[in-house]
Design a protein around this ligand. Structure first.
Ligand SMILES: CC(=O)N[C@H](C=O)[C@@H](O)[C@H](O)[C@H](O)COP(=O)(O)O
Ligand SMILES: C=C(OP(=O)(O)O)C(=O)O
Length: 372
């Protein structure tokens, strides 16, 4: 498979292109099939979905919260997500269809149960989305298996990205890639911070770097490739004006085709171009200038805060916990919580700490609940 050859460094002059169908299928398998066909026709190597086991990914209160937006498919966030989730039988149908068309088929694993689900389907690789890039128990479990991993890094600091790399190293995992990503929909050119691709390449010379983009149009993704991205993922839609949070920043078939053709025409090597050379190669413009501007230390950007507060993971109680208990790993789960609790990556840091309060099952564990 091309992705394996790219991740292993055997192929350096080709880009693996993922059409992120995500939840743009509107909950309809026939639409998903049409999208798969269009993505293949547009020149993509892979179509990707998003797999969640709702009670494993979200707390009850996160699922029960009202979801009031034109993009909602249900009254609560749980009903909305349920509407967009495919069953195992539907996944098998889509997988078989991809096999017929010779296009890779996979999904992001948005919780441990979904990771098991995808492993069972024997997908060619597993994507860990930005919402789980600081979910170290999930990353460790994913790294313990043979599937290649593609890990996004939106809503994370450089310190967290370093910890991801360290986790992979400690797990002996070599077949993985890191995706530069900014989790804002759509991402404004000045927030695209493309030079983090070069920063990642310098800091992690043994890791293949990709780009998961949420900006409008295709030129910024082309620049990402010239900077050295060898995996490109873009949301895909049949029609940007449809209902759903992601359609607007997705590419329609003609745009996706324009992107795959442009990338195929680049003469790529292991070497990347400088921002100045890329600006010239792609005929400049304000958008490129903004996307290619210098970057500093990677932090969580202000534009990512809405996504982080909606889909970032917190530490929650895996069962009902009593005041005075000392926290053990088995007391904790990592979920999207409403309200939020301590950030997922503090998971190991609070083992052994004493609880100042009783905490009900599925409720967030906050800093104030812990005696230091
Ligand atoms: C961080 C993350 O998971 N982001 C995903 C990938 O980019 C998105 O597709 C979200 O699932 C989507 O934007 C959620 O929209 P809503 O909340 O309307 O279902
Ligand atoms: C959230 C996802 O991707 P990203 O973080 O790359 O946008 C995903 O693939 O489900």
């Amino acid at each position: 498979m091309l992705l394996n050859d790219i991740i292993s460094g055997k192929v350096v002059d080709t880009v693996y292109i993922i059409a992120e169908i995500g939840q743009n299928h509107q909950g309809c398998v026939e639409t998903a099939k049409k999208m798969i066909w269009e993505a293949k026709k547009a020149g993509c190597h892979c179509v990707k979905f998003q797999k969640s086991d709702l009670p494993a990914k979200f707390t009850r209160s996160a699922l029960n919260r009202e979801y009031i937006t034109d993009h909602a498919w249900g009254k609560t966030y749980g009903e909305h997500k349920e509407y967009l989730e495919f069953s195992k039988d539907q996944y098998l149908q889509l997988q078989a269809y991809c096999e017929e068309l010779s296009v890779d088929f996979t999904a992001s694993a948005m919780d441990e149960r979904s990771l098991e689900f995808l492993a069972d389907l024997n997908v060619p690789f597993i994507k860990i989305g930005s919402g789980d890039a600081n979910n170290f128990p999930l990353l460790k479990k994913a790294a313990s298996w043979d599937f290649p991993l593609v890990i996004s890094t939106g809503m994370q600091t450089m310190q967290t990205v370093e910890r991801i790399v360290q986790t992979m190293r400690e797990s002996g995992k070599q077949d993985y890639a890191l995706m530069h990503c900014v989790s804002s929909y759509p991402t404004a050119p000045e927030d695209c911070s493309l030079q983090f691709i070069s920063v990642f390449k310098r800091h992690f010379p043994n890791v293949v770097i990709g780009y998961s983009g949420h900006e409008l149009g295709v030129v910024v993704s082309q620049a990402a490739v010239l900077l050295g991205a060898r995996i490109v993922e873009r949301h895909f839609t049949l029609d940007k004006s449809q209902k759903g949070s992601d359609h607007r920043c997705s590419l329609e078939p003609h745009e996706l085709n324009a992107l795959t053709v442009a990338i195929a025409n680049f003469k790529l090597s292991a070497l990347s171009l400088s921002p100045k050379e890329i600006f010239q190669e792609l005929n400049g413009g304000r958008e490129l200038e903004a996307a290619l501007q210098d970057v500093e230390y990677k932090t969580i950007l202000p534009c990512e805060l809405p996504c982080r507060s909606k889909l970032g993971k917190s530490i929650v109680a895996a069962r009902s916990l009593k005041k005075g208990n000392r926290l053990q790993l088995s007391d904790m789960a990592i979920k999207v919580s409403e309200p939020s609790g301590l950030t997922a990556e503090a998971y190991l840091d609070i083992v052994g700490k004493e609880l100042a309060d009783n905490i009900g099952e599925d409720e967030p564990i906050r800093g104030s609940n812990i005696i230091n």
